[in-house]
Design a protein. Structure first.
Length: 327
């Protein structure tokens, strides 16, 4: 079903406000958390404080009060106050529109996923270091296709990421940096004792980190969050990933990046035929794969399943294509 004009306008507004919000937040993050004067032995010193990637507050002295440190303090105030005012204005507008967006039933994900993705996106990690896979990717495809999937395709309360390869290079420290960033969203996230690929928080919310067999050896030293290598994950990095802004269940905009829907759909169909895969998962994989292919056919001609695309498909994915009528 196609989204209505009102829903499309809501998505456009959400996207514009999100980009403005993110721009301000990123600029504020480049500034110290604050500056203050502290008197020690009758002499004033300028201090700055900021939160490090581990979430700890670090304080540093910038020296005694002099024309130079007074100028530093003044420049800081002049830079931060307008940004804080701008942020307050954008957030007030989002709070005003959030109930409207919820009423319009825009494509949405749960609040925890929204908070996690916003935190990662502020560090420019969404779409560059990780892609969202699993059921949540369907929400990105709803935005990209301006349509909605049938009822019953709702996401479960967990997130699955696959690691991207920037310019074909592998940085084995990315999982650790991802974990430090995620702890800014929720400090209770820890690596599960059952699996090093899984993070879990105090409420049992899980995040799985995956990669492909081609680069698995280069993440062998990753600690403490260690991605699991699975066959077929390399296919999800092919083509043109989808980048979209939707909302969470609270109505707040959030940026999501997911694999090229063609490769996602064919990968799902391939998974549905894997021996040893639980029956419930095979059924879900097949339903999702077929549903995404149908949406591509109806609403996403910019992701065409044309002869050129088919010719470049890995053989095992080509086998998943629906039969074409004879010419």
């Amino acid at each position: 079903m196609q989204l209505s004009d009102e829903q499309l306008r809501g998505l456009v507004n959400a996207g514009q406000l999100y980009e403005t919000w993110k721009d301000v937040v990123v600029q504020l993050a480049k500034l110290p958390g604050g500056m203050y004067w502290r008197v020690i032995n009758s002499k004033a010193y300028l201090y700055k404080y900021a939160t490090d990637p581990a979430g700890l507050q670090q304080t540093k002295s910038l020296g005694p009060r002099t024309p130079r440190t007074e100028a530093t303090y003044r420049d800081f105030q002049e830079a931060k106050k307008p940004l804080e005012a701008r942020l307050a204005g954008v957030e007030a507008r989002i709070k005003e529109l959030a109930p409207v967006w919820r009423t319009l039933r825009l494509p949405a994900i749960d609040r925890s996923a929204g908070r996690i993705l916003r935190t990662l996106d502020q560090a420019n990690l969404v779409g560059t270091s990780v892609l969202v896979i699993g059921t949540y990717a369907l929400k990105a495809y709803e935005v990209e296709s301006a349509s909605s999937f049938p009822a019953g395709m709702d996401a479960t309360e967990d997130l699955d990421f696959t690691l991207c390869l920037n310019d074909g290079t592998v940085d084995p420290d990315v999982p650790r940096r991802l974990l430090l960033t995620l702890k800014q969203a929720d400090p209770t996230f820890i690596v599960s004792t059952r699996s090093a690929k899984t993070l879990v928080n105090k409420d049992g919310y899980k995040i799985d980190l995956l990669t492909n067999n081609v680069v698995a050896s280069q993440y062998a030293t990753a600690r403490p969050w260690k991605p699991q290598a699975l066959e077929g994950q390399e296919w999800l990095l092919l083509g043109k990933p989808v980048s979209a802004v939707l909302i969470d269940f609270a109505g707040w905009p959030v940026h999501i990046a997911a694999p090229d829907p063609r490769y996602f759909a064919l990968h799902k169909l391939w998974l549905s035929k894997r021996k040893g895969r639980p029956a419930a998962k095979r059924v879900k994989d097949e339903r999702q794969g077929k549903a995404v292919l149908e949406v591509i056919k109806q609403y996403m001609d910019h992701y065409a399943l044309d002869d050129e695309f088919v010719a470049n498909l890995p053989a095992r994915l080509r086998e998943q294509l629906p039969s074409r009528p004879a010419a």
